[in-house]
Design a protein around this ligand. Structure first.
Ligand SMILES: *Cc1c(COP(=O)(O)O)cnc(C)c1O
Length: 353
């Protein structure tokens, strides 16, 4: 694929690493490519970061034709820059595209776009452990009329945001409320796709939980409100009676790359991992009988996020004395070790830029 590069005439300086936060600062450039039915993807280019101009009838603005991915470029101690399992993000983006009737991307072109873009933005990859250059590939439909159908025109972009450490203040277990009213997704819907609409629809429950002093909600399935699905926008895992239990991918759950990696690491450590239906009754029972040893969310942003408190129907339960558990810690050390190049990557997960 030919990528035309137009460099900014106004390069900026990356702010100090302790002032980065998440998703507020953007690098100098952005990648763009356009799709038109009959012509395919064309005009791959990297241009100075800036605003877009869209037709007011553009499909994305009315019918939510939008999907995205999230991955990080990490800087190892030797200065090298690497991605973590990028092919998994690329494949998942195509799964999301297929679900939302958006055009598929060529996997090699996508990887090339990521590689060329990150190389150009190298100075925006922060240096200290825990910090990263967050990469946000996204695609939206932009037919210029209000008819409802699969799109004939789309735009694919990648933007990058240098981000501070998720745990700048240390790893503190979070308080989670089990949500029994709103649902995030249903089987047959878009739960397995990374689409913007899922986020718009799940914000309300998160905001309500925040008002009550909780960090996020634990989602139940949309049909019976009986089975555990995810925590906020992360997958969720539990250690119950010595075994690791995580909800099976039944269609309404986002197949996380961190989830998949945790499962592989856990199996390698000798733990039994069960991917199955886990009812809220079983979970509450495991808390009452003291069988729930650990609970954590997992996703690219946090890697793992220990759960210290779970609330169900106005009763609060403390998990692992409110502290971070042994398995959660081991997972965090292993995955971050591989990502930031402190530990040998025996899995072949690291992709050097
Ligand atoms: C992105 C996402 C995850 C985590 O996926 P990773 O690939 O591990 O970052 C989990 N749940 C939802 C709803 C998500 O959008």
């Amino acid at each position: 694929m030919e990528i035309k590069i137009t460099k900014t005439t106004n390069p900026r300086v990356c702010p100090p690493e302790n002032e980065l936060g998440f998703g507020k600062i953007f690098s100098d450039h952005m990648f763009i490519m356009d799709y038109e039915e009959g012509k395919g993807w064309q005009d791959a280019r990297i241009v100075p970061f800036g605003n877009l101009s869209l037709h007011p009838a553009s499909t994305v603005l009315h019918y939510g034709a939008e999907i995205f991915e999230g991955l990080k470029a990490y800087r190892a101690e030797d200065g090298s820059v690497r991605l973590f399992r990028p092919m998994e993000n690329i494949k998942r983006m195509n799964t999301s595209a297929e679900r939302m009737c958006l055009p598929l991307l060529d996997e090699d072109d996508f990887l090339e776009a990521l590689t060329v873009f990150v190389r150009l933005e190298e100075k925006w990859v922060p240096k200290s452990f825990g910090t990263s250059l967050y990469l946000r590939p996204f695609m939206f439909g932009n037919d210029e009329h209000l008819g409802v159908h699969g799109v004939k025109r789309a735009t694919f972009m990648i933007i990058a945001s240098p981000s501070g450490s998720y745990y700048a203040e240390g790893i503190n277990p979070v308080k989670i409320m089990i949500e029994s009213e709103d649902v995030r997704a249903v089987r047959g819907g878009t739960g397995f796709a990374k689409c913007g609409g899922n986020y718009a629809a799940s914000t309300r429950a998160g905001e309500r939980a925040a008002k009550k002093g909780y960090t996020q909600v634990l989602w139940l399935d949309g049909v019976e409100r009986k089975y555990i699905e995810e925590v906020g926008a992360m997958n969720v895992m539990f250690k119950i009676d010595g075994k690791i239990v995580t909800p099976a991918l039944t269609g309404s759950i986002l197949p996380g790359i961190t989830r998949k990696s945790c499962i592989e690491v856990l199996k390698n450590m000798g733990y039994e991992v069960e991917e199955r239906l886990l009812s809220v009754d079983e979970l509450v029972d495991s808390m009452k009988t003291g069988k729930l040893e650990e609970a954590w969310g997992c996703g690219t942003a946090a890697v793992v996020s220990p759960i210290g408190t779970l609330c169900y129907e106005d009763t609060e339960y403390t998990v692992n004395g409110g502290g971070i558990g042994e398995v959660t810690s081991k997972l965090y050390d292993t995955l971050t070790g591989i990502q930031w190049g402190k530990k040998e990557d025996t899995y072949g997960w690291v992709y050097k830029i």
